[in-house]
Ligand binder design. Structure first.
Ligand SMILES: Cc1cc2nc3c(=O)[nH]c(=O)nc-3n(C[C@H](O)[C@H](O)[C@H](O)COP(=O)(O)OP(=O)(O)OC[C@H]3O[C@@H](n4cnc5c(N)ncnc54)[C@H](O)[C@@H]3O)c2cc1C
Length: 475
């Protein structure tokens, strides 16, 4: 199996930089002088757009990525004989864009569950009762506040009135709920953005809740139980990739995009200029500031980029020596814990039977910022999560230090949805922007990446029908 430059494994005797994965790709031997479309980014938004622009519409497409692999913020590494997901993992049949794609490749038959992701029943009862109060304001319940969670801009006025609130602000308005219930509720909402409730927008939490079928148990089921078995998310990315028939370049960061009446010129940081009629950028929100656009992006889009999304948490897989039954743990973010939540994912699989426990810790924003600082990471694990068991290894991809992600799954703070969602989804002349980071429905999820990849294809086909010189002349 090939080895990516990405990923890190710690054991007491060795540190390994770069992990094995089937996501690594070589790219094309030679490329053309000019394409119909250049797609930047081979995460799910880019893979879907590139596949459909070539396979369905017969266009000449160049797919470019800064990494040595496909999948973007999802990839499956082989570590100590186990397959582990370094980024996006959990999927569900109620994520419509994603499930249609799993079905297309027969991968829905490869779904399995993580060991124990749902908090104990007695806590779920408390969470549901706080949630019903929390998500009902001024006589409007969650159904009235966000009637179309997959298309929130269709009827924005009810939720927009409360978009200035943070999760903490809203909790502070509820005076007759016991403090421990509020803290339990907040610690679970914090998992949406690896952040304390003061940083997470009320409307962002409302969106998760409505997508989860207006229940906390629904949110947990949709966002964190089912995942792909053998081959993992990389097998999914490879399935989409296998149908792409254009050219590709890996290890090729883009530093600028210039557009004029003749088309787009995409500059690589190696000094190469790539040319096409149109471009699809799937560069994540928190990285767009590193790319120079000429003419410049709209002031509103620039403001959204400057603010970014708030989720810069960590995801660390721990291998424990002991073989344990499933467990789930959260912390409210105000007690000094470096971790926001953690749970056991599965027991190790050895020919002799289950061996040890693989569990995952998710760090709070800005905590545990150095993946190689094993002393701090092990100390935090033992202090915050589990003092009784022995960590034999940990593996991680530090997305916060990754120049092509600068964060994990997107989560927005107060006011951002009203201010920026529409602007981020718009085209900029000949450039179409597609990312899970500004999806309409499952924003911050693989489903959202696929949604935006599909919309990008529609936008490109529309632009091609129009007079293209008009597209950039309007800027
Ligand atoms: C730790 C973690 C856990 C997650 N858990 C889940 C989960 O359980 N379920 C779920 O559905 N989602 C989850 N997500 C979110 C999900 O993985 C992402 O929302 C989704 O994969 C993003 O897809 P995308 O195509 O929009 O962006 P990306 O996957 O980020 O793809 C963008 C691509 O653009 C490339 N790029 C960036 N800048 C440049 C540049 N300058 N030049 C060239 N290329 C560039 C990047 O290398 C990348 O490959 C998780 C994410 C993380 C990080």
């Amino acid at each position: 199996m090939p080895r990516s430059k990405e990923g890190f494994l710690w054991t007491p005797t060795q540190e390994t930089e770069g992990l094995q994965t089937d996501a690594v790709q070589q790219g094309s031997r030679s490329i053309e002088d000019h394409y119909d479309v250049i797609v930047i980014g081979a995460g799910f938004a880019g893979l879907i757009a590139a596949r459909d622009l070539t396979q369905k519409h017969g266009l000449r497409v160049l797919l470019v990525d800064a990494r040595d692999r496909i999948g973007g913020r999802t990839w499956t590494a082989k570590v100590l004989g186990e397959e582990i997901e370094m980024g996006g993992t959990w999927v569900h049949w109620n994520q419509p864009h994603l499930y249609a794609e799993l079905h297309r490749y027969g991968l829905h038959r490869n779904l399995k569950t993580s060991a124990e992701l749902v908090p104990a029943d007695k806590y779920v009862t408390v969470l549901e009762s706080v949630a019903q109060r929390f998500f009902s304001i001024d006589g409007l319940d969650s159904r009235s506040l966000m009637p179309y969670p997959h298309d929130p801009l269709r009827q924005p006025s009810p939720w927009q009135a409360y978009d200035h609130l943070s999760v903490k602000d809203r909790l502070n308005q509820l005076h007759d709920i016991p403090q421990w219930e509020k803290e339990l509720f907040e610690s679970n909402i914090n998992t949406f953005g690896s952040a304390p409730g003061k940083d997470i927008g009320f409307v962002e939490a409302l969106r998760w809740f409505t997508l989860g079928g207006h229940s906390m148990a629904g949110v947990f089921e949709l966002a964190g139980i089912f995942k792909l078995g053998k081959g993992g998310m990389t097998s999914f990315a490879r399935a989409v990739w296998s149908e792409f028939t254009g050219d590709s370049l890996f290890n090729t960061p883009i530093s600028g995009i210039r557009q004029g009446t003749a088309g787009v010129e995409v500059k690589t940081s190696h000094g190469q200029t790539l040319r096409a009629k149109l471009a699809v950028s799937t560069i994540p929100l928190n990285c767009l500031n590193d790319v120079q656009f000429s003419p410049p992006l709209s002031p509103l889009r620039q403001a959204a980029i400057a603010e970014g999304h708030i989720n810069s948490g960590a995801k660390i897989h721990f291998k424990l020596r002991e073989t344990l039954p499933g467990w789930f743990w959260t912390s409210n973010g105000y007690n000094g814990s470096d971790f926001v939540f953690a749970f056991s994912d599965h027991n190790g699989n050895q020919p002799s039977g289950p061996s040890g426990t693989w569990c995952i810790g998710f760090g709070y924003n800005g905590c545990l910022t150095d993946e190689k600082d094993s002393r701090s990471i092990l100390k935090a694990f033992n202090q915050d999560i589990n003092p009784h068991h022995t960590v034999e290894a940990y593996a991680t991809h530090y997305w916060i230090n990754d120049p092509y992600a600068k964060g994990v799954w997107a989560c927005w703070g107060p006011k951002s949805t009203s201010k920026y969602l529409k602007a981020l989804q718009e085209s900029h002349g000949r450039i179409v922007f597609a990312s899970a980071d500004w999806a309409a429905g499952w924003r911050g999820f693989v489903d959202g990446a696929i949604e935006r990849g599909q919309v990008a294809v529609q936008d490109i086909m529309q632009l091609l029908k129009n007079d293209l010189s008009d597209a950039s002349a309007k800027l």
